[in-house]
Ligand binder design. Structure first.
Ligand SMILES: [Zn+2]
Length: 120
């Protein structure tokens, strides 16, 4: 698993983890199409990203989720990218740090909290 150092949101949870949570809560259906703009709006509403962030800042996070084979990029229209899930996401609470991780059934069960990394 490659580790990327990304800028983090205000509560110090990585944006990629926030996106996983948003997908789990809103779009956890393999037949559903959803796009980066929808997720970006939810991130802004939840104040998970600073106000100066743009959709372009999110690109690296969506790419990371595509590389992890969590998301499949199915279409693109200008800056709007449409996605589908490969598999359902499940929420697992870490016994050691109590944070929640959002992983697909195929992913390695490792706590997504970067300062923890315990096996789930
Ligand atoms: Zn943990």
């Amino acid at each position: 698993m490659k580790k990327l150092l990304l800028f983090t949101s205000m509560d110090n949870t990585s944006i990629t983890t926030q996106i996983r949570k948003i997908i789990f809560e809103n779009f956890n259906d393999v037949d559903l199409r959803f796009n980066n703009d929808q997720i970006f709006e939810i991130l802004k509403q939840s104040k998970s990203i600073d106000e100066l962030s743009t959709i372009h800042h999110m690109e690296i996070h969506f790419k990371e989720l595509c590389d992890a084979e969590l998301l499949r990029n199915i279409a693109q229209n200008f800056t709007t990218q449409w996605f589908k899930l490969f598999e359902l996401i499940e929420k697992i609470q870490c016994k050691s740090c109590k944070n929640e991780s959002y992983l697909t059934i195929s992913e390695e069960k490792i706590c997504q909290n970067q300062s923890c990394g315990a096996a789930l």
